[in-house]
Design a protein around this ligand. Structure first.
Ligand SMILES: [Zn+2]
Length: 441
């Protein structure tokens, strides 16, 4: 790794002021409280999401941020409707469930069928024709989000390929207190669309034990889920205009939509508030960097990524002037630093590691070997260098996409430290006299 070329001594004072200010005002915590308690969850197409957008725009204007605006995005409008799951045999009991986003409905009187329980796709494929007419229950243990989420994303079509009439997926989490976790799923256009829902770990294990005993299991699944016509939504954009090179941009961002359960507190109301508050705090402190810091609250990450794609399309001509983009979408737990895209130039990485030393006092000075974000993915694929705000995330998947992702799970000190990390990073990078990657970035 090359030696860093940036000099951070000139930024120690501003970093200290930013960290102090983040820890001694409660604006971020109060705003996240309003967003979650007074507006609530924010699925694409919902009036809640549009209320949240209007509120952010009005508040950002009172903050005195520059160029506060919405950028229109058409988003998918999936609605859950009523839904339920019952075991009818060998014993009668209701099971907690949440339909997966994008799923189709069952007929009005539900789907009643016997169940087969598998731990993985290999067991499913081994059953082959014996799956026909059945409800497939995936009881895959959590081994990591990326690996286990495959059952949520692709389980329905994999089961439909063998003739299954519905699918149930063990929630993508290591921990459960009877909490089902929703999330997006995709249909393979080559297969019939069958309804699919998440069940709790407790329900999946009950069904597994029952199946292993050799008892026939009869389930009744009812879901009303459907798509309405695409709805109008928007990305929210606001800036702290640069003093010398305003056309050069550092993006700080999160996604403003959430699932339609809980309050979208950690996912990703918190990330949005962190990005927004970072800019507001700099403005309040009179810290205007040489380059522009742009706050982007993306719409429709959860079930479409239309916001991230629309941002790329609307800003295509200035992407070469985007010198860095940070997304916070891992919950607002104690920050550890940034996860920098593995493809970042070595000198950029070396310089970012040097800048991160400004955060060593709060333990947020780690630059991880990879990172990015769903919403900044589209611009990263066009060459923008991106990073995630990394946090101590060992509890994130306990509540992710559940009714339990609520404001009481937010630790105000951790939230403030996330703001400090985002603001110190964004300010320093935006203000450096020289480009981070050498040359012209
Ligand atoms: Zn998220």
């Amino acid at each position: 790794m090359p030696s860093p070329t940036v000099k951070i001594d000139a930024y120690r004072a501003s970093a200290g002021r930013i960290i102090g200010a983040a820890l001694t005002n409660n604006k971020a915590y109060a705003r996240l409280g309003y967003l979650t308690d007074r507006i609530g969850h924010r699925l694409s197409g919902s009036t809640n999401l549009e209320r949240a957008i209007a509120w952010a725009v009005a508040e950002m204007k009172t903050d005195g941020l520059d160029n506060v605006r919405t950028e229109k995005v058409m988003v998918p409008h999936w609605v859950r409707g009523e839904e339920s799951l019952e075991m009818l045999a060998p014993v009668s009991t209701k099971l907690s469930m949440l339909g997966l986003g994008n799923s189709v409905a069952t007929p009005a009187d539900g789907i009643t069928a016997d169940a087969v329980v598998v731990r993985n796709f290999a067991e499913l494929d081994a059953l082959g024709e014996r799956v026909r007419g059945k409800i497939v229950v995936y009881n895959a243990a959590f081994t990591g989000y990326g690996a286990t989420v495959q059952y949520r994303l692709n389980g329905a079509s994999r089961a439909a390929r063998h003739g299954a009439v519905a699918a149930l997926v063990r929630s993508i989490t290591p921990v459960s207190l009877q909490t089902p976790h929703t999330g997006a799923m995709n249909y393979d256009p080559q297969q019939p669309k069958i309804p699919v829902a998440a069940i709790t770990i407790e329900a999946a294990e009950l069904l597994q034990r029952t199946y292993n005993r050799g008892d026939a299991i009869t389930l009744r699944l009812k879901m009303e889920a459907k798509f309405l016509p695409d709805a109008e939504s928007a990305n929210v954009v606001a800036e702290l205009k640069g003093s010398e090179r305003p056309d050069e941009i550092v993006v700080v961002s999160g996604h403003y939509d959430s699932w339609d359960v809980g309050q979208g507190a950690h996912d990703d109301g918190g990330g949005c508030i962190v990005a927004w508050e970072a800019a507001r705090l700099l403005k309040e402190l009179g810290l205007r960097p040489r380059r522009t810091i742009r706050v982007v609250l993306y719409t429709n990450e959860e079930n479409g990524l239309r916001g991230g794609n629309a941002y790329r399309d609307a800003h295509r001509t200035e992407l070469s002037k985007h010198i860095f983009a940070i997304e916070s979408d891992s919950g607002v737990f104690r920050p550890e630093g940034l996860g920098l895209a593995a493809t970042a130039p070595p000198l950029f990485r070396s310089n970012l590691q040097e800048i991160a030393k400004l955060l060593s006092g709060i333990g947020a000075d780690r630059i991880a070997p990879s990172g990015g974000g769903a919403d900044i993915g589209p611009i990263m694929r066009e060459g923008v260098i991106g990073a995630s705000l990394d946090v101590e995330g060992s509890r994130y998947f306990d509540i992710h996409h559940t009714p339990a992702d609520t404001f009481d799970k937010i630790n105000p000190r951790d939230l403030a430290l996330c703001v400090a990390t985002m603001a110190v990073m964004a300010y320093t990078i935006a203000d450096l006299p020289e480009p981070l990657a050498g040359g012209t970035n």
